[in-house]
Design a protein around this ligand. Structure first.
Ligand code: UT7
Length: 340
């Protein structure tokens, strides 16, 4: 039986309830299968499936930008929320692959969807960015500064993938997911949030080139500095530890037990990581949402797409406690519990 939260931080502080009132997602048409990759680098469907659980991923068209994908996901979320784009006060795009270093990808999305009254900015927290952005938006709405926020996780990781490196190129894909946050009428909403970072590990998952430290020049263009560099094993270890701790903290702070959670939506990077977290938390497999097999790791978009799929497929229902937990470069991690 579902228990009431023992001491929800939300109710304890008598704050406005912040609900997710619409979700949307978009993934590009083009599918790249493991078989396709085995013709590009020395790999196999068997290796990729057993080590990661990924079967295929989506690849954006050459001229399809992160903001294009973000805008498509956003319009679906806006439609479901039954609001007009002009009602959006705050527009956040979590991404590691912005259209340009500046202006913010959020500004390009603003123009594409007509959210002309929104303050727009990007959130840089790599794969953890969507929940960082949800939590930032939640604070603004809780405080009464804003009423409605559009939060998007969008990444075109294939634009920064080294297609000759089998250690990384089999892992990533493109896509976008969005959520509209508001406080209208519903008693349900975000009841627990956590964010954390550890700058000691900036060198295990990063893109070294293209920033002010190492601009890309004619002299270094051949070094693949503008692609993802990752120490897979180290990231794996850190991901399991950080996501487990973040999930437990969110459950604790919400005043819930593991049994109260109806659905866990973890970052979709590797099925083995997802299963390890489910097992160690003691959550049955059927309560853990998985789509990494179809999309690979889409970074900031991963949990956003999964949330939309869980919502639209009826996998999560009104009153369910939904735990989202993410991990990414930085290192960064976050967890959020929503009473749906
Ligand atoms: O979004 C958050 C960031 N990302 C992650 O969370 C990813 C975390 N890490 C992982 O998911 C896993 O570490 C990987 C899937 C990246 C790698 O799996 P692993 O079990 O840790 O493999 P490994 O890196 O230890 O490599 C094992 C072997 C190596 O060969 P040797 O040295 O044992 O002969 C690799 O060279 O597998 C080889 N290998 C491959 N073989 C076939 C690496 N990539 C491939 C490949 N195909 N694509």
């Amino acid at each position: 039986m579902k228990q009431q939260p023992r001491s929800s931080p939300r109710s304890a502080r008598n704050q406005r309830t912040v609900s997710i009132i619409g979700t949307g997602s978009y993934t590009p048409e083009k599918i790249l299968t493991n078989e396709d990759l085995s013709r590009m680098v020395d790999t196999s469907d068997e290796w990729i499936t057993t080590r990661t659980g990924i079967k295929e991923r989506r690849v954006a068209a050459k001229d399809e930008t992160t903001s294009d994908m973000a805008a498509k996901a956003a319009l679906k979320a806006i439609e479901q929320a039954k609001i007009s784009p002009e009602e959006i006060d705050l527009l956040l795009v979590a991404t590691a692959t912005p259209d340009m270093i500046f202006p913010a990808t959020a500004c390009f999305v603003q123009k594409k969807i007509g959210a002309k009254n929104a303050a727009c900015l990007d959130v840089s927290a790599a794969c953890a960015g969507f929940l960082f952005a949800i939590e930032i938006a939640q604070q603004f709405i809780t405080s009464g500064t804003y009423d409605t926020a559009l939060v998007i996780g969008a990444d075109k990781l294939t634009s920064i993938t080294n297609w000759t490196d089998r250690n990384t190129c089999v892992l990533f894909g493109d896509g976008a997911g969005a959520a509209v946050l508001g406080h209208r009428g519903s008693a349900h909403g975000v009841i627990s949030t956590n964010m954390g970072s550890d700058g000691e590990y900036t060198d295990i998952l990063f893109m070294p080139g293209g920033g002010s430290k190492t601009p890309i020049t004619a002299q270094n263009a051949h070094l693949n500095l503008q692609t993802i560099h990752m120490s897979g094993k180290e990231v794996y270890k850190q991901a399991v530890t950080a996501m487990l701790a973040a999930a437990r903290r969110a459950i604790d702070e919400a005043g819930l037990t593991v049994d109260d959670i109806a659905c866990v939506i973890p970052h979709q990077a590797n099925l083995r990581i997802i299963e390890a977290i489910g097992e160690r938390l003691g959550i049955p497999r059927e309560k853990v949402f998985v789509n990494v097999d179809r999309y690979g790791n889409t970074s900031a978009a991963a949990v956003a797409i999964a949330l939309d799929e869980a919502n639209r497929s009826g996998r999560i229902k009104s009153g369910d406690y939904v735990l989202m937990v993410v991990f990414g470069g930085g290192l960064t991690w976050a967890s959020t519990i929503v009473e749906w």
